[in-house]
Ligand binder design. Structure first.
Ligand code: EPZ
Length: 419
């Protein structure tokens, strides 16, 4: 397994271009099978989660070809409605292939994707949404059998605005004759991107980004070429890296209009953020101020995927910050190791009380999940001495070689094989 070796104390400076978004590309890859035409994702992020999704599509009979940064999906030969258990367990987001498979075959078999480091990750909202479209679902020994022969357009309401469940039902509805109204949907920007993608394929979806999405069914969809939106979490992570090191960086290809909650917290910590035509500049203060309270919420609230990174910043702020993680029940896996680096964080259920300290000290730490791993790397950029982040492959799930971006901005960081 790879590890990251980081020597802290360098201020980050310079410029970097953010890659396309994992959480846009994955549902778009699932949507590509809604037609038997070829689709090309022009700039598809080089991430392990994307590769795993490609493996699942290949298992289902699609031809998936990577040409540099572009990814071609040819679903012509798709002939399998059964999700491969072992592969599906590798990425939770495989669950939103359920809608497209049902649309293609009017039946689907999946197993429970299982929890992960940040929580149990149930799929009850996915199944409830599909049932409301008339899918008959029964579970037997951990296997979920879906019969979509009587699927029909109608009304779907979510008890909670789940991102994946919203995407699943959108994709299940696009070829259902009539109008489907989906209420209390997630409003994440990646859902707006999925709507753009589906409509470019010939679908008629509206309302993404609001609390209600309306789908007018069409007869068929066609293949397209498409570039997913930029990754707002990668952008936020790199801005946080500049912030924790007292640096000044300029990021290009940033979806700034989707990042106001993150910008607002960085400004509260005394960072100066300036939006330009081509991106965003962050100028960090000598010492970060604490933020009063950070509560993770569905978009447009503060994104849970940026909680770990802002918690890392708070560990060296000039006072006490409070964080509340409302979205996932177990998303403080990074705190133990941050405290081993000299941070002073107290966790009580979903609340973290972070007392800023003057300095962090390098240590050997372990990434437990994608964003927690990135947060440990950020702490290493600041810490005195060397930090070694183990299980770096978890970071590769959502960041294209994070060490390259950080090194190009002046960090002393290297990827090595673990001893
Ligand atoms: C998506 O996960 C993202 N993943 C996550 O990013 C992100 O953290 C999350 O949305 C929230 O923004 C992708 O888009 C591939 P949810 P998803 O369904 O769809 C509960 C990252 O680091 N829930 O909105 O799984 C669930 O347990 C990853 O890039 C149910 O109870 O998120 C959680 O507590 C991590 N039943 C909450 O809802 C369900 O059926 C939010 O989950 C589904 C979800």
């Amino acid at each position: 397994m790879d590890v990251l070796h980081i020597r802290g104390g360098r201020r980050l400076t310079g410029e970097w271009t953010v890659h396309t978004a994992k959480n846009a590309a994955l549902p778009i890859m699932a949507a590509a099978v809604l037609t038997s035409d070829r689709t090309v994702l022009e700039d598809c992020p080089l991430l392990s989660d994307v590769s795993h999704m490609g493996e699942i599509l290949t298992h289902l009979g699609c031809r998936v070809t990577r040409n540099g940064r572009s990814l071609e999906i040819d679903p012509q030969g798709m002939n399998n409605h059964e999700m491969p258990d072992a592969l599906a367990k590798k990425i939770r987001s495989s669950i939103f292939l359920l809608g497209p498979i049902l649309t293609r075959f009017h039946k689907a078999t999946v197993t429970f994707p299982g929890g992960c480091e940040i929580g149990l990750r149930p799929i009850d909202l996915h199944l409830s949404g599909l049932r409301q479209l008339g899918v008959e679902i029964h579970e037997e020994g951990g296997v979920i059998h879906c019969d979509g022969r009587h699927m029909q357009a109608g009304c779907v309401h979510f008890d909670y605005p789940s991102v994946g469940a919203t995407e699943n039902v959108m994709m299940a509805a696009v070829l259902l004759r009539g109008k489907t109204v989906i209420s209390n949907v997630a409003r994440e920007p990646e859902i707006v991107d999925l709507q753009h993608f589906l409509n470019r394929m010939g679908a008629r979806v509206s309302g993404a980004g609001s609390h209600t999405i309306v789908v007018e069914g069409v007869r068929r969809l066609h293949g397209i070429s498409y570039t997913p939106m930029p990754d707002r979490i990668v952008a936020g992570t790199l801005l946080a890296a500049a912030a924790i090191t007292g640096g000044k960086i300029h990021l290009k290809n940033v979806p700034a209009n989707d990042m106001y909650a993150v910008f607002s917290k960085l400004r509260e910590m005394d960072c100066v953020l300036t939006q330009h035509e081509d991106g965003v500049t962050l100028h960090a203060p000598e010492r970060l101020r604490p933020f009063e309270r950070l509560q993770t919420q569905p978009h447009p609230g503060f994104p849970t995927d940026m909680q770990a990174q802002l918690l890392a910043l708070a560990t060296v702020a000039s006072g006490t910050s409070i964080l509340v993680e409302n979205v996932f029940e177990n998303r403080y896996g990074h705190v133990g190791d941050l405290n081993r680096m000299g941070a002073d964080v107290l966790i009580n259920d979903r609340t973290a009380v972070v007392k800023g300290v003057g300095e962090l000290y390098g240590a050997r730490v372990t990434a437990r999940d994608l964003r927690g791993g990135a947060a440990l790397a950020l702490a290493g950029l600041r810490a005195v001495g060397e930090t070694i982040v183990e299980q770096a492959h978890l970071i590769d799930r959502g960041y294209e070689h994070l060490e390259e971006a950080l090194a190009s901005l002046g960090a002393e960081i290297q990827r090595k094989q673990s001893e």
